[in-house]
Design a protein around this ligand. Structure first.
Ligand code: ATP
Ligand code: MG
Length: 200
C-alpha cells in the first residue's frame, strides 16, 4: 500500500496544542496513515531571533507526540546540511518513503500567505499537496496567490479545525513574563520547558 503522509514542518519552539490538533484533524479528514512532525534544522524564515537548540526542539516534539503511533518524529531536516528549504526536505521524504507515497504538507494560513516568498514555490506544490488549516485572524487571498503561482488552488485541501489561538511566540513571551502556559501545550512539554529553563 502506498502511504499517505502528512508533513508538519515547524520550528516547534515549543510544540503546542495548535500543532497537535491541526495534525489530528488533517490525519482524520484526509484519511492519512500518519503525520510526520519535522522540526526545522536551521529555519530560513526566522533569522531574526535565536531559535532554541535543535536537541531541545526535537525532544519537545518527542514528548508532545508520545503515545500516538500515527504521529512520528522525522529528523530529515535536522540531520541534513543547510540551507533548509522545504522543497529539499520534501525531496528527501520522497526518497525515504518511495515513489508511491503521497505527501500532504500541513500549514496554517499564515504560512500559506507567505508561500510566494519561499524557495521554489512551484516545486513545492509539485512535490506535495497542501493541507491548510485556518490560523485565527490570518486570512489569505488564494486567488491573488494563484495568479502568481498557477496550480496552487487545486493542490489545496482545506481542513477545518477548532480555532486555537495558540502560538509558540506567545508561549515564549508568557514564560519570559512569568505568566501561565498550562493547557496550551502538553504537560510533558511544559515540564521540559521548566526543567531546562527555556525562554527565560
Ligand atoms: P512561532 O510563533 O515561533 O512562529 P508557531 O506557533 O507559528 O511558532 P510554527 O512552528 O511556526 O509554530 O508553525 C508550524 C506550522 O503550524 C505552521 O504552518 C503554522 O501555520 C501551523 N500552526 C501553528 N500554530 C497553529 C495554530 N494555533 N492553528 C493552526 N495552525 C498552526
Ligand atoms: Mg509560526
Amino acid at each position: 500500500m502506498s502511504p499517505r503522509l502528512g508533513v508538519l514542518g515547524g520550528t516547534f519552539d515549543p510544540i503546542h496544542h495548535g500543532h497537535l490538533v491541526a495534525a489530528q484533524e488533517v490525519l482524520h479528514q484526509l484519511r492519512l496513515d500518519r503525520v510526520l512532525f519535522v522540526p526545522a534544522g536551521d529555519p530560513p524564515h526566522k533569522p531574526s531571533r535565536p531559535v532554541s537548540a535543535t536537541h531541545h526542539r526535537v525532544r519537545m516534539v518527542e514528548l508532545g507526540i508520545a503515545g500516538r503511533a500515527d504521529f512520528v518524529l522525522s529528523r530529515v531536516d535536522v540531520d541534513r546540511p543547510g540551507p533548509h528549504y522545504t522543497v529539499g526536505m520534501l525531496q528527501l521524504l520522497h526518497r525515504e518513503w518511495g515513489p508511491g507515497a503521497t505527501l500532504y504538507f500541513i500549514e496554517g494560513t499564515d504560512s500559506l500567505a507567505d508561500i510566494l516568498s519561499w524557495h521554489r514555490p512551484e516545486q513545492l506544490i509539485a512535490l506535495a499537496d497542501l493541507a491548510v488549516v485556518q490560523r485565527p485572524g490570518v486570512e489569505v487571498d488564494t486567488d491573488a496567490v494563484e495568479r502568481q503561482l498557477p496550480g496552487l488552488r487545486e493542490r489545496i485541501h482545506w481542513v477545518q479545525m477548532p480555532s486555537l489561538e495558540i502560538s509558540s511566540t506567545d508561549l515564549r513571551a508568557r514564560v519570559r513574563e512569568g505568566r501561565p502556559i498550562s493547557y496550551l501545550l502538553p504537560a510533558a512539554v511544559e515540564g521540559y520547558v521548566r526543567e531546562q529553563d527555556l525562554y527565560r
